[in-house]
Design a protein around this ligand. Structure first.
Ligand SMILES: [Zn+2]
Length: 60
């Protein structure tokens, strides 16, 4: 399995939070949870789709 990552910064927030996982669904879920807890933002379907598009393979 290839590790993937998504940073809060990539979503346009000034925040150092990053999610690393092998599953895109897990990454999107974790970022949605983080956004709700830390940024008081409810993840919409649009945001989830954007997050999915922004997931990158982790550099070795
Ligand atoms: Zn954040």
């Amino acid at each position: 399995m290839v590790r993937k990552k998504l940073s809060c910064r990539a979503m346009g927030l000034n925040c150092g939070f990053e999610v690393h996982d092998e599953s895109v669904d897990e990454i999107v879920a974790a970022l949605a949870e983080h956004a709700r807890r830390v940024h008081k933002v409810e993840a919409t379907e649009t945001m989830r789709q954007k997050a999915r598009d922004l997931v990158r393979l982790e550099e070795a």
